[in-house]
Write a protein that binds this ligand. Structure first.
Ligand SMILES: [Zn+2]
Length: 652
């Protein structure tokens, strides 16, 4: 956007109907990415200049200038982070990384810009409608949380802390990535592991097989290896990744965060972190953890006893079960006591049928139409594009990038290309996953529905008045609720039978789906307890700042987990989420509790019933971040959310 753009021109722009972004051909991609980043950041800087120059004569105008500037920055960040992860050309991926770094640099600069903060602090909220007042409120809160309103010495210290936090966090992550351990075992001791896995692990010159603590080795060994001592060696190595180097780094991380929180006016880091989440206050986190723990205890004990009983068949007199045996006996119990053959299950999940089925199911559910855009420029031939319409009106565009390839992001996630702002730009988003082109596992199907839950949220909340509230702009501990809710459709026999068909065209049998669900339900109680053990570490480490993290871990494991501590291990050292989630590891479970409550409004015998699905679409998804998630949920349910549905599901 040029310097000369007047409000009048801006109004004209808003009156236009937004058109989809046209991606460039492969040869032009790097230059296009650079330009989009440079233009975006220039428009942000221009907005800042105009605000400081006093060009806005009303509070609303000031917010409009700011929001336009934020769109520029968000657009740059979105294409930067997407294409740094998915573009086949290394030069483009590097430019994407560079774009993300530039955006972060500008973001940090603006957060600490006192003159800019003063512009917002001087605005009169009384002039604004409720949504604009909410935007002003959130904007001021962001500034204050960054410490912009503190004195010079404090701001200098905050800057120092932030820089140190970045360094410590990088070092912590590096110790986990580079700190893998190995164990060497005689080939005869690997009985139980699948043949294709054994073939990929040849015997070395020393006559031993070397295994690493990376997942492709650690998980199969813990799951299938009959030799208990090999499992013990692996678990011991696995739970010592990053130790001892990471213990002092973690203590430094917790202390720096605590100091930062106090400098900007909070009692604890957990209060600071929870302050912009649905949970609201730090102290509510241990209450939530204890509540889940209590709800999970009965099913957790029930299933733990089943594992223990099975363990005793091999090891009579065993008194308890720990990490050496849990995964192995869980697999045995599932195999022996639940009649689910994964080889049969996958014959019903051919990728093309599943993708078509996903679109068909969500189209019926939300009354959407997906139109393939055959002439859309895409970054790889595997990628497909669709325009999404509702009631004849175009909402936005989605891209599905669903197969693995060299140098591509190797998890599953929804990425943004543009946030949808009414009259300005339409929402566009991408699903990035790594599914086989042939038959899929049912787990993959669940993942696909989950990620699509994020994507459809992004698109449906894409006619925002303010970009700040566009798309998946809700509190971070609510974000996973719509995606976890949509997983339910991948577990329903009636839904699955609409697309899950084998080569003969026969739909998946309902009794097979029921058996799959029973097998999946096994262990959910003790898994919830394990999750609460991790959540308790994440909260109490930040709040108590214990001197000895091993001692604190042992005591929290004893209190929350159903399984005994394995001697001489230090799992916290390899627990990367202590950096990423900080004190908020509870969030995924929090979203699940709400997802179960939202699901209770649907008719289990007819998941396509339109009235409730459309209300969900309009009251939960479409508003994006315009209101607090608790209020959206209350509107939809007609009451505040409760734990009841989650508790019933857990006890089932
Ligand atoms: Zn998710």
């Amino acid at each position: 956007m040029s310097d000369q753009m007047s409000d009048q021109m801006s109004d004209q722009l808003h009156a236009q109907s937004p058109t989809p972004l046209t991606l460039p051909a492969a040869d032009d991609f790097a230059a296009w990415l650079d330009r989009r980043c440079a233009d975006g950041l220039a428009s942000t800087r221009d907005a800042v200049r105009r605000l400081k120059a006093g060009e806005a004569s009303t509070a609303e105008q000031a917010l409009r200038i700011w929001d336009t500037g934020m769109i520029g920055m968000a657009n740059a960040a979105a294409v930067g982070s997407l294409f740094s992860e998915v573009h086949p050309d290394e030069a483009v991926r590097d430019r994407g990384d560079a774009a993300v770094q530039e955006v972060q640099k500008l973001g940090t600069e603006l957060q600490l810009d006192r003159e800019l903060y003063d512009v917002f602090a001087a605005l009169d909220a009384a002039e604004l409608d409720p949504e604009a007042a909410r935007l002003l409120d959130k904007t001021l809160l962001d500034f204050r949380r960054s410490g912009v309103d503190r004195d010079d010495a404090t701001r200098a210290r905050i800057k120092e802390i932030n820089e140190q936090l970045t360094l410590v966090g990088q070092e912590f992550g590096k110790n986990i990535r580079d700190g893998k351990r190995t164990i060497s075992v005689a080939p005869a001791r690997l009985a139980g592991l699948p043949q294709d896995w054994l073939d990929a692990h040849p015997v070395g010159d020393d006559g031993l097989v070397t295994l690493t603590t990376d997942y492709p080795d650690a998980i199969p060994v813990r799951t299938f290896c009959h030799d208990r001592d090999v499992r013990r060696e692996m678990v011991n190595a696995f739970l010592n990744v990053g130790w001892p180097a990471n213990e002092p780094l973690l203590r430094e991380l917790f202390e720096l965060r605590e100091e930062l929180a106090r400098l900007v006016g909070y009692d604890t880091w957990a209060d600071y972190d929870a302050g912009v989440k649905m949970i609201g206050k730090g102290v509510a986190i241990p209450e939530f953890i204890d509540r889940i723990t209590e709800a999970a205890t009965e099913p957790a004990e029930r299933d733990r006893d089943i594992l223990l009983a099975r363990l005793r068949l091999d090891h009579p007199g065993a008194e308890a079960i720990d990490g050496v045996d849990v995964v192995y006996y869980e697999e045995l119990v599932r195999k022996e006591q639940y009649d689910v053959d994964a080889q049969v299950v996958r014959t019903y999940f051919d990728f093309s049928r599943v993708r078509a089925g996903l679109l068909e199911v969500t189209s019926r559910l939300f009354d959407l139409t997906y139109t393939p855009v055959d002439d859309a420029v895409v970054w790889h031939p595997d990628v497909t594009a669709y325009d999404v319409t509702l009631g004849g009106e175009t909402l936005g565009r989605i891209y599905l990038d669903l197969h693995p390839r060299e140098n591509k992001y190797n998890h599953a996630a929804q990425f943004t290309i543009t946030d949808g702002v009414a009259g300005h730009q339409q929402p566009e988003g991408v699903l990035v996953c790594n599914f086989p082109k042939g038959l899929m596992e049912h787990d993959d199907v669940v993942t696909l529905f989950h990620e699509f839950g994020h994507l459809v949220h992004h698109i449906l909340a894409g006619r925002a008045t303010w970009s700040r509230f566009a798309g998946v702009a809700t509190e971070w501990d609510f974000v996973e609720a719509p995606s976890q809710l949509l997983e339910e459709w991948a577990w329903d026999a009636g839904v699955l039978q609409t697309f899950a068909k084998n080569a003969e065209g026969e739909p998946i049998p309902a009794d097979l789906v029921a058996a799959m669900r029973r097998a999946d339900d096994f262990g959910k109680g003790y898994m919830a307890r394990t999750q609460m053990f991790y959540a308790a570490m994440s909260y109490w480490f930040h709040t108590d700042l214990p001197d000895d993290l091993t001692e604190a871990t042992v005591s929290l494991q004893d209190r929350y987990s159903m399984f005994r501590y394995v001697e001489d291990t230090h799992m916290f050292s390899g627990f990367g989420h202590l950096d990423g989630y900080s004190s908020g590891y509870y969030t995924y479970m929090w979203s699940l509790v709400i997802a179960k409550d939202l699901f209770s409004a649907f008719d289990p015998d007819d998941l396509f019933a339109p009235e409730v699905a459309h209300r969900y679409r309009d009251l939960i998804l479409a508003p994006g971040g315009t209101r607090d998630a608790a209020d959206l949920v209350q509107d939809f349910l007609g009451r505040p959310y409760t734990f009841d549905a989650y508790g019933e599901w857990l006890a089932r």
